[in-house]
Ligand binder design. Structure first.
Ligand code: MLC
Ligand code: AMP
Length: 504
């Protein structure tokens, strides 16, 4: 009777009255309390008729109950499908339909909009609000504090995370129990996590970084989380003296450095700062060390692969690099055209293989085949090189992607919308440097001959359809797009032209 993910991350803490979640109101939820909550939710889900392998779509605010829902899915053998709280009804409809979710769990405020969508797609609906209220926990309250853990194999699916694609259609990355577990255990060891660790948790829990890295690593080590609803600079500064570690996107670190209260003294009790999800500027790394004496540990990962590389815990954490492949992860640099492995030092596409690499995209065998080779290597779409000391450098992307504050935005999705608007001939969406978010979105629009598209109306159409973080900060009307002799739009020229648009 086994369920590797549940047993080794959650079940091992059964009966422990040790703290797991420190909430900002002073309340502490112990490992045992948390397991009880998860079991109650698992009972509710099972009673509503869900069977192992069914998908549970959740668009809920960050709360202990939302995290317990993840544990409940693991215990009941359900596939957890967390969704960004910024997604609009249009975006959600696609995810619910594509995944074939059996139940949608949402904030009560979204229920009016989502209930008809869910029922139209044959899914049930439950509510879970930021304060833990709602129909899910109302039912859970009457349930037993234990649940007979469902047997699962390490190769069984544990979660779907949707990632956008270069064609504008999101793909459900299928992650197995072993993908998540192997990575959590490796990272806990590599980063020397123990039960004494207290991690400042300010990331969202609907993405790999906040859910599978920050949470799973802490669980694997039996440590605890200072569980914050979101990254709030004042709260992070206030609680840092009680913490030992922080995981964040580069925006966390630039925001901390922008505040004079962030001092060496404030970080005295900290042993580790980890950065990832987007490139950390070497200058941020240097400034951080000057201010605090700590060297940020940068690592590299993605939704489909969890974490691939990490700078060393002991040893030189090199600015501008993402360190070495993790134990049991193979990484090679290949020629994008031929797929041949390149010589050391040459720039090419980064490919990875290991127990961390996902199973493929849900019901998209062609897209899976295009990115996941038969021999198990996954083509990341990132461009990089390995230097003489073995450090991996990410030097660019072979995919048209913008990363804003750690969120991925695929230009194609926005371009398709803009192209559909009245009077628009074509458009190009690019990422330009932004002091807070690293990159931000800029839309360039070309009018049909004799037309003058209404840019405000276009922005309104985008607002209705797409999550806030994907909205272009500005739309610009141009006469034509720069193209090469093959007729391909030269986005690099546009990026260069507008690179200082949002510079501080
Ligand atoms: C919020 N906004 C953003 C944004 N986050 N816009 C662009 N990019 C973002 N990342 C919007 C808000 O809705 C708001 O809209 C306005 O921008 C300003 O908001 P803010 O208050 O300044 O932002 P804040 O809420 O503080 O959020 C910023 C942030 C957050 C950086 C703290 O985005 C965040 O937590 N990012 C982490 C993302 C993450 O977990 N990525 C990991 C993916 S996994 P308005 O309407 O007020 O103008 C992965 C794999 C790996 O990549 O390797 O880890
Ligand atoms: P996501 O699809 O949200 O998981 O984002 C994954 C992408 O984030 C990767 O393919 C990289 O392009 C980028 N990324 C993650 N970590 C880093 C890092 N440390 N440096 C540069 N880019 C990163």
């Amino acid at each position: 009777m086994v369920n590797p993910l549940f047993d080794r991350l959650f079940g091992i803490h059964a009966g422990k009255a040790t703290p797991f979640l420190h909430l900002l109101n002073g309340e502490v939820i112990t490992h045992q309390d948390f397991l009880g909550m998860a079991a109650q939710i698992a009972n509710v889900l099972a009673q509503t008729g869900l069977k192992p392998g069914d998908r549970v779509a959740a668009q809920v605010e960050k709360s202990p109950e939302a995290l317990a829902l993840y544990a409940a899915c693991a215990q009941a053998g359900l596939i957890f499908l967390p969704l960004n709280t910024a997604y609009t009804a249009d975006e959600l409809t696609y995810f619910i339909e594509n995944s074939g979710a059996s139940v949608v769990i949402c904030d009560a405020r979204s229920e009016v909009t989502l209930a008809p969508i869910a029922s139209g797609l044959g899914a049930g609906i439950e509510t879970l609000n930021a304060n833990g209220s709602g129909t899910l926990m109302d039912q859970a309250a009457a349930m037993p504090l234990s649940y007979a853990t469902v047997d699962r194999d390490g190769d069984d699916l544990a979660a779907f995370l949707y990632t956008s694609g270069t064609t504008g259609r999101s793909k459900g990355a299928m992650l197995t129990q072993n993908n998540l577990l192997s990575n959590a255990e490796t990272l806990a060891q590599e980063w020397r996590f123990t039960s004494d660790d207290v991690l400042l948790h300010a990331l969202p829990i609907f993405h790999t970084h906040g859910l599978f890295v920050a949470t799973n690593v802490t669980l694997a080590a039996g440590g605890s989380l200072i569980f914050m609803p979101k990254f709030d600079l004042d709260a992070v500064l206030q609680h840092m003296p009680q913490a030992t570690s922080l995981m964040g996107v580069p925006t966390f670190y630039t925001r901390l450095l922008s505040d004079d209260r962030f001092t060496r003294e404030l970080t005295q009790h900290m042993r580790l700062f980890v950065s990832g999800s987007a490139p950390l500027l070497a200058e941020t790394h240097v400034q951080f060390e000057e201010r605090t004496g700590h060297r940020i540990l940068e690592r590299y990962g993605m939704t489909e692969t969890n974490m691939n590389t990490s700078n060393p815990f002991e040893g030189d954490r090199r600015a501008g690099t993402v360190g070495f492949p993790l134990p049991s992860v193979e990484l090679k640099i290949t020629d994008p055209a031929s797929g041949e492995t390149l010589s050391q030092g040459d720039v090419g596409q980064i490919e990875v293989r290991g127990p961390n690499v996902f199973k493929g995209y849900w019901q998209m065998p062609e897209k899976t085949a295009a990115e996941l080779r038969e021999d198990g290597f996954f083509i990341t779409g990132d461009l990089g090189k390995i230097d003489g000391d073995g450090y991996v450098h990410i030097v660019g992307r072979n995919k048209d992607l913008i990363i804003s504050g750690g969120y991925n935005i695929y230009p194609k999705e926005i371009e398709l919308m803009l192209d559909d608007q009245p009077g628009v001939l074509e458009s190009a969406v690019i990422g330009v440097p932004h002091p807070d978010f690293g990159e931000t979105v800029l839309g360039v629009v070309i009018a049909e001959p004799g037309q003058s598209p209404d840019l405000d109306a276009m922005m309104e159409a985008v607002r209705q359809a797409l999550a806030r973080f994907k909205h272009p900060r500005q739309l610009i009307l141009l006469d034509e797009l720069p193209r090469n002799t093959m007729g391909k739009v030269q986005k690099n020229i546009l990026r260069d032209q507008y690179k200082d648009m949002f510079a501080s």
